[in-house]
Design a protein around this ligand. Sequence first.
Ligand SMILES: Cc1cc2nc3c(=O)[nH]c(=O)nc-3n(C[C@H](O)[C@H](O)[C@H](O)COP(=O)(O)O)c2cc1C
Length: 193
Amino acid sequence: MIDINQKILKARKPQPACPVIKEIASRFSPRYFANQPVADKDLKSILEAARWAPSAHNRQPWFFYLTKKGTKDHQKLFAALNSYNQSWSKTAPVFILACAITHDENGDNPFAFYDLGAAVMSLILQSQSLGYYTRQMALFDKEKVKNYLKLDKNYHPFVIIALGKIGDYRKANKEIIDMELDPRPRKKVIANF
Ligand SMILES: Cc1cc2nc3c(=O)[nH]c(=O)nc-3n(C[C@H](O)[C@H](O)[C@H](O)COP(=O)(O)O)c2cc1C
């Protein structure tokens, strides 16, 4: 009998039409994480990957706030999530809040959210190369997070990234498994080539 994790990987893993790097070929956003801590040295590498992302005029308009399960900070980020995100992210050992900085000493930055996305993708691919999966969440109470962390008014919480090893889906509930078996196909044409 095929193990449920294998079945989910089969449904969710990308099926690239031509060769791509292994981090892209293996990445997808799971909804069930192993409740097991992530090594600090790996977390450092993951954030370092974000630090080296390209950004307009090299303004690096991002801020990351990392929390580990079992801490008050983690509980506060969890409490800000909407109920759907809470339903699947309970076991994720790490959350990384990603904020865009839309105004700095050089004035307004119209590229902030674009650059934040690049830094997040860099972080995600580094995670994948270290054997961790991620799933981003934009559905959370941003004001709650801003107030709790006393963020500057130019810092805009955008996503909370759940991160960890993929979980053993035999322990996941049926709603999560059903969602995971949805293959998330890609559009066919993305360029004139
Ligand atoms: C900006 C952004 C916000 C997202 N917000 C949520 C969210 O609140 N909850 C959730 O479960 N997934 C969220 N996702 C995950 C997407 O649904 C997921 O990346 C998409 O369905 C493609 O699936 P894949 O990442 O497995 O390829 C978000 C992704 C992005 C990029």
